[in-house]
Write a protein that binds this ligand. Structure first.
Ligand code: GLU
Length: 298
């Protein structure tokens, strides 16, 4: 009996320890929880930013994110806690704009709804594997990039027939509505149109892959590596990226003042090692390679 309660005590103690980060923040090691809490800036001013005026008036920031992408943007179904690299970048920006975690509200927005959520003001900014490109820049603007991914393929572990983008003909390929990878599958006719399977979220594609209802899931390698790391016995990433996907923070189109401010925040985080700390405690745990990119100012 004594031994048993000691064992239980150790177990509970162990759980309590692993459930807390350096400064008592909850972590989720399976999906990349935060290891550090960012210092909140004081007396922040962003002259001429209508978005900053709005968040100041509301007393909180609403940030659009993903909730089904392990190590990037993931919502724990039991605790409701968000974790991952994108989430930590989002929290960093909020802290440096003067808002602590209690004044941050995350809102899940899928790929197809991002531009609308930003232009309608449903979110103040968006951080979720969001590729910077000219077409999107017609409607919104981007700070960053803060990471560069590349389009790749996720397949079942025992599949040796899919070895790259040119081996997809006749295969069922799954991706997400409104994403750059599904557009590339169509533009480059990587498989026949009737073989393209489309969902709102990548986790739905991964489920179909595991059930053998599709043969491959295609999107950014950073996303696919997260899913593979969660189910290494059944899934693997092909590992031959065939595009460049620079991730930006989506902002309202004409808010140059906020874009410049967010770019300053990202640059400081890259220069002082914060970017690396965030990366190492989240995405770095899923075999993704780290390389802080050059910020593009426009
Ligand atoms: N980075 C790509 C995109 O922005 C794919 C990932 C996603 O759908 O979020 O479309």
């Amino acid at each position: 009996m004594r031994v048993r309660s000691l064992a239980i005590g150790l177990l509970v103690g162990g759980l309590a320890l692993t459930a807390c980060g350096k400064e008592g923040t909850p972590t989720n090691d399976a999906t990349g929880g935060p290891s550090t809490t960012q210092k909140v800036a004081e007396n922040v001013k962003v002259e001429g930013s209508p978005t900053f005026d709005r968040i100041t008036k509301n007393g909180k920031i609403v940030i659009g994110v993903k909730e089904d992408q392990p190590y990037l943007g993931y919502k724990d179904p039991t605790t409701g806690e968000y974790s991952g690299f994108d989430i930590e970048i989002a929290r960093l920006v909020a802290a440096k704009l003067g808002f602590d975690e209690k004044k941050v509200e995350f809102k899940t927005v899928q790929s197809a709804g991002r531009e609308a959520a930003i232009t309608n003001g449903d979110v103040d900014y968006y951080v979720g594997t969001y590729t910077i490109n000219d077409k999107r820049k017609e409607q919104i603007s981007f700070a960053g990039p803060y990471f560069v991914a590349g389009q790749d393929l996720l397949v079942r572990k025992d599949d040796n027939t899919i070895t790259g983008k040119d081996t997809l003909k006749g295969k069922k390929v799954c991706s997400v509505t409104g994403s750059t990878p599904i557009q590339r599958v169509r533009d480059e006719q990587l498989t026949q149109p009737e073989n393209i399977v489309e969902f709102q979220a990548y986790s739905q594609c991964v489920e179909k892959l595991t059930n053998s209802e599709v043969d491959a899931v295609t999107t950014d390698d950073a996303i696919l590596k997260g899913f593979a790391a969660q189910d290494p016995d059944n899934l693997k990433v092909v590992g031959k990226p065939f595009s460049k996907e620079p991730y930006g923070i989506g902002l309202p189109h004409d808010d140059k003042a906020l874009r410049d401010k967010v770019n300053d925040i990202l640059q400081t985080a890259i220069d002082d090692g914060t970017w690396q700390d965030i990366y190492d405690s989240t995405l770095g745990k899923s075999n993704s390679k780290a390389s802080p990119p050059d910020i593009e100012r426009y």
